[in-house]
Write a protein that binds this ligand. Structure first.
Ligand code: HAM
Length: 420
């Protein structure tokens, strides 16, 4: 038997319907908040992620699926969506009219991680990005969006953890202080952290090995190194969050595992023990230098992404009801070949008139067809009979009340319209 690769999964049955439901909710919110849908490639040039996400991040050093195509081009399955969006923003000159560009996306992402609850090698993110504004009010919109989406799915007890990494000057000052603090402890840290110390000490803070170590826990906090402008900016973001009635907790440990961030960074955490460290439903932040680093114009931007599987897991754990049970409007039943032919015709007519409809394709007897109709929660049954068909009539049964009546076939659509 061929089985699925480690770290991948099939989404089936009720989960698949909930999955669709979540996507519909996201489309609705995107429309409400005026975000446009965008699709970018699943693979991009390897260089995009090295320059975008950062050479020293775990994602780039350990987790990307890199490959060469038949012409020897270096490509990477995207580990996240933001770098591709920034690339597309530049390549399609979306900055041309100096407007704010608000985009949202869904897509499979690939990270070679150790699979566990809420952590897969292939997973799906939805994300939202706003490019072109540095105004703190859009930071608050971006934090409120996933919260309002999760709430509308029935997920409560969410925590917004927020922090600020400040501007480049603040981060450089912090980086120096962190280096000074870590230097005497460097031999107590893992081999990866020793490398990170040389190249990008900030990445030591989200080390999966040393993260819980007291040395890291007692490290200086970035908030203490923000310059005046960065501090004022952060205060404004918090003020807007208050205005929008979004509860938050300032958490200096939120530094995010990607290099492109500055100023606001945030994570939205669900209170689900079974998810362990995978309980971060969404994460994001401001990335004011990314577009420029990738060769575009200086463009401030902010966004977030959310793992749909983690949302699905949360919905299942909390036993929330999202998608409806599967149901059909009509099931058409027949016995002989002449009736079967008519059933095929009628099913198409009904579908084209907007009624979800099915018929038996397995040659089942009438009793088994009734069972099949029940299995699909069919609201109405049409039971065909050659004698009735000659007179242009058919039998319509309300499958809930079990009421039956004979009606003229030409009145069928009106009859169903009137009842649904
Ligand atoms: P991230 O924190 O790496 O950020 O991922 C965002 C979300 O994707 C996580 O909070 C989690 O829900 C989900 N996720 C990440 N890795 C996995 C995995 N292995 N299995 C299942 N779910 C996972 C980003 O990707 C940034 N691009 C977010 C962003 C957008 N920042 C600005 N704009």
């Amino acid at each position: 038997m061929i089985t699925k690769p480690k770290g991948t999964y099939d989404v089936l049955n009720f989960d698949a319907r909930n999955y669709n439901y979540i996507e519909e909710v996201i489309h609705t919110f995107a429309r409400l908040y005026n975000y446009d849908y965008i699709r970018t490639p699943i693979f991009e040039s390897k260089e995009l992620f090295h320059r975008g996400v950062g050479e020293t991040t775990d994602i780039v050093t350990k987790e990307t699926y890199d490959f060469q195509d038949k012409k020897g081009r270096d490509l990477t399955l995207r580990p996240e969506g933001t770098a591709g969006i920034a690339r597309s923003y530049i390549e399609n000159k979306m900055y041309g009219n100096n407007d704010l560009t608000k985009l949202y996306y869904f897509g499979t992402m690939y990270r070679y991680e150790r699979p566990q609850a809420g952590r897969n090698r292939e997973f799906t993110q939805f994300g939202m990005e706003a490019l072109g504004s540095n105004d703190p009010s859009i930071d608050a919109e971006m934090i409120s969006l996933p919260i309002r989406i999760f709430e509308s799915l029935g997920i409560k007890n969410l925590k917004v953890k927020i922090n600020s990494l400040g501007d480049t000057e603040s981060r450089n000052n912090y980086s120096k202080a962190l280096k000074n603090y870590l230097e005497p402890h460097i031999n107590e840290l893992c081999s990866d952290c020793k490398e990170r110390f040389k190249k990008n000490p900030l990445r030591i803070l989200d080390c999966k090995v040393d993260g819980e170590n007291d040395i890291i826990k007692n490290a200086p906090r970035v908030l203490d190194f923000l310059n005046k402008e960065s501090k004022e900016r952060f205060a404004k973001v918090l003020n807007y969050l208050d205005t929008m009635d979004i509860d938050y907790e300032i958490d200096p440990n939120v530094v995010r595992g990607l290099d492109y961030y500055d100023h606001t960074v945030f994570e939205i955490v669900a209170d689900i023990k079974e998810l362990g460290t995978g309980n971060v439903l969404a994460g994001g932040g401001r990335y004011n230098s990314l577009v420029k680093n990738l060769g575009g114009p200086d463009t401030p931007a902010i966004g977030f992404a959310c793992g749909i599987e983690r949302v699905l897991f949360t919905i299942n754990t909390l036993e929330l009801k999202c998608a409806d049970e599967k149901s059909l409007d009509v099931f058409v039943l027949y016995v002989n070949d002449e009736e079967k032919e008519h059933a095929t015709y009628l099913a198409q007519e009904l579908r084209l008139n907007g009624f979800s409809t099915d018929v038996d394709y397995l040659g089942k007897n009438l009793k088994a067809q009734f069972k099949e109709a029940d299995k699909y929660n069919s609201k109405y049954l049409i039971i065909l009979n050659s004698e009735d068909l000659k007179d242009g009539m058919l039998e319509l049964k309300d499958n809930l009340t079990k009421d039956k009546k004979k009606i003229k076939e030409i009145n069928l659509i009106d009859e169903l319209d009137g009842n649904m």
